[in-house]
Design a binder for this molecule. Sequence first.
Ligand code: PEP
Length: 251
Amino acid sequence: MRKPLIAGNWKMNLLCSQVPAYFQTLMQSLKGKPGQRTVDILLAVPAPFLSLAREMAERDGLLIAAQTVHEKAEGAFTGEISLPMLLDLGVSWTLVGHSERRQYFNETDRSVALKARAAVERGVTPIVCVGETKDEREKSLTETVLRRQLETVLAELPRDADWVIAYEPVWAIGTGLTASDQQAQDAHAFIRQLLRQHSGEHADAMRILYGGSVKSSNAAGLFKQPDIDGALVGGASLDPLEFARIIDSMS
Ligand code: PEP
């Protein structure tokens, strides 16, 4: 059985001074108590909040992730954050290859694969984001794009690597458009089949999250799909009450 994972991605939002109140509201609103939770809850927060968020998350039984990481351990890479820096803060998760990183910061399939490999080698779990653009979907290229993005990563990782995939159709991110339950399930089933070809039975233990305008009003239908193991939630994770409702619809 795969334990569901609901991840929030704050992107470049909120302030460090708002972190304590966010955690307090989230924890008060969640139905399940920390020891009884059947869902993993993760927040990918801006780098300046990592240390504080990690402390609070430890107390509340949540996981904290960086939003991106550099593949090199150190060096002249101004502005970047390394895996040893994350580990030094007690952070052992990171997003990799979010479509906004690919679109605005020129991340490529290759650089995403190198980041994922470096993370796995250091014991940091990468949540690797993949997904097609609107144009690619309209040209029926969804599976071609997913195959290309994932095979580049799979070529760098051991068969039994500990990582998570987030299927995030670019046309659904921050647009209010969500893939239908069936569109999402079809893409997830395709991804799992690709994983099976590379990793055999390990594919059945791997979590594949859906991302793209997930809200409490559409979460339950998505979560019922057999290959959807949770969500990566952007905008709706900024409101702790709404994020709690999404988490509770998986529990
Ligand atoms: C995301 O940031 O990964 C995302 C899916 O954003 P949103 O939920 O706002 O579409």
